[in-house]
Design a protein around this ligand. Structure first.
Ligand code: ARG
Length: 252
């Protein structure tokens, strides 16, 4: 396994193609995160398979509704997904596990690089946790470049690494649309918003998808995609929830 990966990485380096596995530099430790307390962030949930494997994040926006990414729920039936709330340590039994009674996926969703990466889950019960507020539609101030945003999740702590046992959080500045399109030709400022530092080092990563990007105490974005994790010049790309918030509200 290891020699193959090294050869693969060398091949990528030679062809100078920046794709997911390309870099294993010192910038990719943790995605720059630190432990977050679930009591302080009761709205953060994770999605798991029925046998308990955590595969995405999500946000409680009403007592029985979770917003997540469409790429987390596409081609899944409600019975394939559990929502775990109130559990900071994935290996613990704390909190409440809910079944899902309905999965709504944005009708235009095809691929994360096209946009519309948003999905709403209806839970089989009402949870006693404090949900996070949705943004106002067309609230442009929410997406001003350099605004600090909080990212949260249980995803990988390095691009090739393992997912986190504990809830982690970090702060990353929002990136100007004009800068993000330089990083990604697929970037669409109506559907997405980028966040990260020019030199990388702090980012969401695989397994964090669907989880919250919080700006000014609102659910401004959903972890969606990127190239590698925390790499210089490749910020994280988040679903711009302000664009979809009316549609999301109609599902609550
Ligand atoms: N698509 C990933 C997931 O399903 C999230 C990737 C985020 N990548 C990034 N560099 N910010 O978990």
């Amino acid at each position: 396994m290891r020699p193959i990966r090294l050869l693969f990485a060398a091949g990528l380096a030679i062809s100078a193609v920046a794709v997911g596995l390309a870099s294993a530099s010192a910038t990719e430790q943790i995605v720059g995160g630190s432990r977050a307390s679930i009591a302080d962030h009761q709205y953060v949930v994770f999605l798991s398979t029925p046998d308990g494997f955590q595969f995405c994040g999500g946000t409680l926006v009403a007592d029985n509704k979770v917003v997540t990414a469409a790429h987390c729920t596409i081609r899944k039936a409600p019975g394939d997904v559990r929502v775990v709330a109130g559990r900071e340590d994935k290996t613990s039994a704390e909190g409440i596990t809910s079944a899902v009674t309905d999965i709504w996926i944005h009708p235009d969703y095809t691929d994360v690089r096209v946009g519309s990466d948003v999905s709403v889950l209806t839970l089989d019960q009402r949870l006693p946790y404090t949900p996070l507020g949705l943004p106002d539609a067309n609230d442009a101030t929410l997406y001003a470049a350099r605004t600090p945003a909080t990212i949260l999740g249980w995803g990988r702590t390095a691009v090739d690494g393992q997912s986190s046992q504990y809830l982690l959080k970090a702060s990353v500045p929002l990136v100007a649309d004009a800068d993000c399109v330089n990083s990604y030709s697929d970037y669409d400022a109506k559907a997405m918003v980028c966040a990260g530092l020019p030199d990388g080092g702090i980012d969401t990563c695989q397994g964090d998808s669907g989880g919250p990007l919080v700006v000014n105490g609102r659910l401004a974005g959903l972890t969606s995609w990127g190239v590698g994790c925390a790499a210089p010049g490749n910020p994280g790309v988040y679903t711009r929830l302000g664009t979809y918030v009316d549609l999301v509200r109609s599902r609550l």
